[in-house]
Ligand binder design. Structure first.
Ligand SMILES: Nc1nc2c(ncn2[C@@H]2O[C@H](COP(=O)(O)OP(=O)(O)OP(=O)(O)O)[C@@H](O)[C@H]2O)c(=O)[nH]1
Length: 343
């Protein structure tokens, strides 16, 4: 118990873009608050705006690391940000939600580096897996996205097999078995919208780690870099240094709107997005409704949630994908604004 007051527990949420990390984060924050704890969040986004932050209550201290990925381009900032957050806010625990493109081993290294300066209690990594997306990628078993997803699965101590509402029973079983093969150490928790029992997930008061989680991770890292399912064709196995740039292929485009757009036109535009774009999020004002919407697009499924953002938040969308044509996307989005102007 004494240790708790000194070492700050650090929870890392891993999982590919759009798998459900923020959905899980919201549940965990609600649970911790119910327990009378004061959580803090480090939110890392590839885009220039923190749209996930809108989903986190204002009372939760949050550090934003934007415009890059914690695991490489802005990795060195993590220690400083954590240090400030812990010193100024004195939280009971910190959750780090990395970008979905983050290589979990690099993220783990970055946090371990921080523990040289700060007294941290690094908790087992939680990986959220989009069951439908994994099923599709597993059918092909190639590509950087699949390899990254496998890496994230191998590094998780707890694997939430999320979005099982999007696949049938048989495929659920197949994906479960795949996870067991890829990571026999982990607990697998099937879920819809990350609805999991936080007491079970976090193991509060019950879970006994077999050994030091950091040590387990180091072992897994060695394994992961040398052999196994992921090792086949894994960047770092083929080219020893390339794993540091494992998500160089990810393209991000941020578009600030100058005014509202027509909702039907926007939905049509989303329905026709190229496949290379696998994630989108934004805050939008539509010309045909009064409220503002938080827009989400993950693995070809779009969601619109009515929101009242706190403070000044621009109308903006961020698209993330692999080598898509930013210029064309910018033109199409500008044209949508133009159409509304004429209306
Ligand atoms: N159908 C379905 N949709 C889900 C489920 N869980 C989350 N979603 C939706 O998937 C989208 C992405 O969820 P997030 O929680 O924002 O995903 P994320 O991993 O934080 O995304 P990034 O921060 O971009 O990596 C949202 O529209 C969610 O409402 C699920 O179990 N089933």
């Amino acid at each position: 118990m004494e240790k708790r007051s000194k070492a700050t527990p650090i929870y890392m949420l891993s999982g590919f873009l759009g798998s459900g990390k923020t959905t899980l984060l919201q549940r965990l924050l609600a649970y911790w608050k119910e327990q009378g704890l004061r959580p803090a969040v480090v939110m890392n986004e590839l885009g220039e705006v923190n749209l996930d932050g809108v989903m986190v209550g204002e009372e939760v201290p949050m550090t934003e690391m934007l415009g890059g990925c914690i695991c490489c381009s802005i990795r060195s900032d993590l220690s400083a940000q954590l240090y400030e957050l812990i010193r100024e806010e004195r939280p009971d625990l910190v959750v780090i939600e990395a970008t979905g493109a983050a290589n979990p081993l690099e993220m783990f290294d970055a946090v371990t580096e921080s523990s040289l300066y700060l007294e941290l209690d690094i908790r087992p990594m939680i990986t959220v897996v989009d069951a439908a997306h994994l099923a599709e990628l597993y059918a092909k078993q190639q590509g950087k996205t699949y390899r990254l997803m496998v890496e994230q699965i191998r590094c998780g101590s707890d694997l939430i097999l999320n979005k099982i509402d999007r696949i049938g029973q048989e495929q659920q079983q197949e994906m479960r078995e795949l996870l067991e093969r890829l990571n026999p150490y982990a607990r697998i928790i099937p879920a819809v919208r990350c609805e999991v029992d936080p007491v079970y997930l976090l193991g509060d008061g019950k879970r006994v780690e077999t050994g030091n989680p950091a040590m387990n991770m180091a072992e897994r890292k060695r394994e992961s870099l040398h052999a196994g399912d992921a090792g086949k064709g894994h960047d770092s196995a083929d080219e020893p240094h390339s794993h540091h740039h494992s998500h160089d292929h990810v393209t991000v485009y941020t578009h600030y709107f100058t005014g509202p757009v027509d909702s039907v036109e926007f939905e049509n535009f989303i329905a026709e997005l190229p496949r290379e774009i696998y994630r989108g999020k934004g805050i939008l004002s539509f010309s045909d409704t009064a409220s503002r919407f938080l827009f989400q697009y993950a693995y070809r499924e779009a969601d619109y949630l009515k929101i009242t953002p706190q403070g000044e938040v621009p109308d903006v969308v961020v698209f993330i994908g692999e080598h898509f044509d930013k210029t064309k996307l910018a033109e199409t989005l500008s044209a949508l604004e133009g159409r509304t102007d004429r209306a």
